[in-house]
Design a protein around this ligand. Sequence first.
Ligand SMILES: Nc1ncnc2c1ncn2[C@@H]1O[C@H](COP(=O)(O)OP(=O)(O)OP(=O)(O)O)[C@@H](O)[C@H]1O
Ligand SMILES: [Mg+2]
Length: 187
Amino acid sequence: MTETVTEPGKRSKKSPLSEVNFDDSAPLLDVENLKVEFHTRDGIARAVNNVSFTLCEGETLGIIGESGCGKSVTAQAIMGILDTPPARVAGGQVRYRGVDLIQLDEKTRRHIRANKIAIIFQDALSSLNPVFTVGWQLGELFRQHSGASRAQAKSKAVELLELVGIPARQIASTTSRTSSPAACASG
Ligand SMILES: Nc1ncnc2c1ncn2[C@@H]1O[C@H](COP(=O)(O)OP(=O)(O)OP(=O)(O)O)[C@@H](O)[C@H]1O
Ligand SMILES: [Mg+2]
């Protein structure tokens, strides 16, 4: 299937994902000998050392370890959202459907983040900006990654809010751009 990104008022263009040869028979996620280090003024901190695991479709994997052992850094390396520098993926592979994500350019990785792999951050409460409504921030996903217009993004945000049972009467206040104190309180 050819994936395309369409921005309103612009010609549709090919998604970089159409150039990537995903192998549907390969594991969903295959992390092999992943190494991440941070270059600091005090030296190199080796945060992730040779982490390997395989996750197939339909499986759930829980990673447990003491605080600071590298769970979040592993997840951020998989997503490609580490700040580099100071972080650097010093070795290993992160294969999604057989394709090593580490080797892909940033534009393609951004499309993979939007369409294939997502992250739910540890501190979800501080991931949302209280100045903007939840609906606006949900809509931003569609504006940024699918080229949706404001109206399309709003309608998708409403759809998602309805899916989780947010009452219709609250939707108008949660999908405008900025929060009123009441909208803030409702999340
Ligand atoms: N910007 C950075 N500079 C230097 N070291 C860092 C940086 N970010 C993370 N680290 C180090 O990487 C290591 C792994 O951190 P990480 O956040 O992945 O731990 P964690 O397992 O998710 O812990 P927690 O259970 O507390 O969430 C830690 O030792 C941390 O200090
Ligand atoms: Mg963590």
